[in-house]
Design a protein around this ligand. Sequence first.
Ligand SMILES: *Cc1c(COP(=O)(O)O)cnc(C)c1O
Length: 369
Amino acid sequence: MEKNALFEAFPVLAERVPHTPFAQLPTPIEAMETLGERYGLAGLYVKRDDLSAQAYGGNKVRKLEFLLADARKKGKKTVMTFGAAGSNHALATALYARQLGLRCVNMLVPQPNAYGVRKNLLLSHRAGAELHYGANIPALVMQSLGRALRISVEERSFPYIIPAGGSSPHGLLGYVAAGFELARQIEEGRMPVPDLVYVAWGTMGTAIGLSLGIEAAGLPSRVMAVRVTDPLLTSERGARRLFGRTNRLLTQSCPAFPRLAFPRERFTLRHEFFGEEYARFTEEGLAAMDCAREECGLRLEGTYTGKTFAALLHDAAQGALAGKQILFWNTCNSRDFSEEIAGLDYKKLPTPFHRYFERDVQPGDTPQP
Ligand SMILES: *Cc1c(COP(=O)(O)O)cnc(C)c1O
């Protein structure tokens, strides 16, 4: 395994920023030649963050390397995090917290039903996470506060709070590092400098961290962030703040790290592929998933990567990407867990989650491997 690309670029950070290596980095970059040629692209590539770790891949592991190490450094015994019922982030936190002997409390809100929701709930439960269901966000906030206070009495310390999606400055460092990793791979000749990088925009962390990393590494690439979450939860203003806070964490830990302005001209937020609501699949998204599977052998999902790939295919079909170098950043786990969940009984989960097993999944969903 190579050294984390951020620490390689700024060795001082390795001494000052807590970090636990869980991921298998760098993740591969692969060419999708047939599809690229069909639309007249100069090149079409995929960054395989679906292969980021043996235990559970996808984008959350890069963030958790920094978040859970920070929790440990602060002497915490418990981490508390938030998400929708089928949150990949909540599952990843459960799995990696367990590896470090940290207790994990997941506070979850409702979402449209899907096979992936069932899978993530079962796996989170099996990983020993404490699962709580809140009927809506205000209710969940109150429950979380109550739960956190009880834990702080038991453990004499407030739990380490990880925001939804792991999108705090410490979490974003994982994607700042990914930007440096991309720069290193370009230098090694794995792909030309991309004109555009397509990436999902959920809780903003992946796209903003990556954008910061790309800027700091001196790449001229533009980030195309495809929004898949409710506009009430994410905004360009919030994004600029998160960018600034993460940049400050870096410059405070390492004065040589560049001070950067939010790259407005190299950052585009796309709203047209969201559909009706978070985790509600769209026709374009489902079609993009079929295309990715058939043409490139990629296994995407309908909440994030299907919608993001749909944006790329749409732009390509419009001719907007002709002659350009394009990188699709694949943020979902692709490891098959069907054997692990086969023998698990959903009735062992807290009762409010049984609905995801007793009601139908949404139209267009197919069993996830
Ligand atoms: C969480 C997630 C994202 C979004 O990442 P953010 O950092 O929250 O924007 C994208 N893809 C998948 C598969 C995810 O689980």
